[in-house]
Design a protein around this ligand. Structure first.
Ligand SMILES: Cc1ncc(COP(=O)(O)O)c(C=O)c1O
Length: 400
């Protein structure tokens, strides 16, 4: 097997979830802040449409690019929300957003090429790049302290561009920090791409999970099609992670070429999921609004609770459903690494968090990620356990 494939890393989040499951099977009451998916089932009207599709025996292959009704519904969504001027023929339906990411990277990056990845980052982009023999060039986000959170280091992104650079990744709202990058930073990244003739892989899968306003989609910038491969999907917005439905929007010639890659990889997205995906986008949207309201309450609760933990620095995340507190001061006091601390919380208190270092290298050192896609009650209980443990560790340290 090619060494680059042998060297690929799995998504570490899944490994921690397996550890938690093992612990739970031994009777430990585990509270998990590990998994990145809403905790509620897919909304009823979407399930009803999937049932109808099954009753009609809509069970065969579909067009590789997606059924026309779904491509239209996606274009309508992007146009009504972002005035994106997307035609249905500028949409490719994929098996989850992850496949859209993989296709985009496979199409644009080859051996020796570079992709600029702001870090911490969702790990799929650098791993896909490595699989292609390309090199991810990480540019750390700038940590501005508890009050201001993280920002994109636009100057460092431009400095990282070389003659081998083909792509810049921009996830907004951001996983794992929960940051929503201000429009001027998004525009600056787009400008860099224009100046250097690069593509921006813009992943906006959390575009509905925005709590304070201030989010501006990259699709609102005129001429975006010259430089942007846009990724979104149904997984988070409609709580459809298991249905494997995502999409990519780009200029038509790009879609035409990606289609040839797609047909050789997955033929088409699941037919039943696609029908359900149309119902999701056509609405009603009330269940989505209610879910996001609930996530806002959870966000407020998780911030409040985490800020009671001594030594934690807790920026207020404005989007997605992740929070990324800085715990470096505690680690220094108690003499643990980020990974040891996360394991300790799991084995001593049954609380699953993820070390910032799985996103995917150095920039997350001294941070942990919590996904607050659980009830407020569980948030209070789980973070309460973390607080008690940290207080205990600090007191023990004080006695030594
Ligand atoms: C930023 C980001 N992009 C893409 C994905 C993958 O989405 P999907 O499940 O639709 O493949 C995730 C999932 O966690 C994500 O956080």
């Amino acid at each position: 097997m090619r060494p680059v494939i042998q060297g690929l890393r799995g998504e570490a989040g899944f490994a921690y979830i397996a550890k938690a499951r093992e612990l739970a099977s031994r009777g430990v009451k585990v509270i998990s802040f590990g998994v990145g998916q809403p905790d509620i089932p897919t909304f009823d009207h979407i399930i009803e449409e999937a049932k109808r599709a099954l009753d009609e025996r809509f069970t065969g292959y579909t067009e590789t690019v997606g059924i026309p009704e779904l491509r239209e519904a996606i274009a309508d969504y992007l146009n009504s929300r972002y005035q994106a001027e997307v035609g249905p023929d500028e949409v490719l339906v994929t098996t989850g957003a992850k496949t859209a990411i993989f296709l985009a990277i496979a199409a644009y990056l080859g051996p020796g090429d570079e992709v600029v990845v702001p870090e911490p980052s969702y790990p799929a982009y650098p791993e896909a790049a490595r699989a292609m023999g390309a090199r991810p060039v990480f540019v750390p986000l700038r940590w501005k302290g508890q009050e201001r959170g993280f920002e994109l280091d636009v100057e460092a992104i431009e400095e990282a561009v070389t003659s081998r650079t083909k792509m810049i990744v921009l996830t907004n709202p951001h996983n794992p920090t929960g940051e929503v990058f201000p429009p001027e930073q998004v525009e600056a990244v787009l400008e860099i791409a224009r100046r250097h003739n690069l593509v921006v892989l813009a992943d906006e899968i959390y575009d509905n999970f925005v709590y304070e306003g201030g989010f501006r989609s990259i699709l609102t910038y005129s001429g975006w099609k010259d430089n942007v491969l846009y990724v979104n999907g149904h997984s988070k917005t409609f709580s459809m992670t298991g249905w494997r439905l995502g999409y990519l929007a780009a200029a038509r010639p790009v879609i035409e070429r990606l289609k040839r890659l797609a047909v050789n990889v997955y033929s088409c997205a699941p037919s039943i999921s696609q029908r359900a995906g149309v119902a999701a986008l056509r609405g009603p949207w009330e269940p989505v609004r209610r879910m996001v309201e609930e996530f806002r309450r959870r966000r407020d609760a998780v911030v409040e609770e985490l800020r009671r933990v001594p030594g934690f620095e807790v920026p207020v995340p404005r989007g997605a459903f992740y929070i990324f507190p800085r715990v470096a001061k505690v680690l220094e006091e108690i003499g643990m690494s980020t990974e040891e601390f996360v394991d300790h919380l799991l084995y001593s208190r049954g609380v699953v968090t993820l070390p910032g270092t799985v996103f995917p290298e150095k920039a997350g050192e001294g941070f942990i990620r919590l996904s607050y896609a659980v009830s407020v009650e569980k948030i209070r209980e789980g973070v309460g356990r973390i607080r008690e443990e940290v207080e205990k560790l600090l007191a023990e340290r004080g006695r030594r």
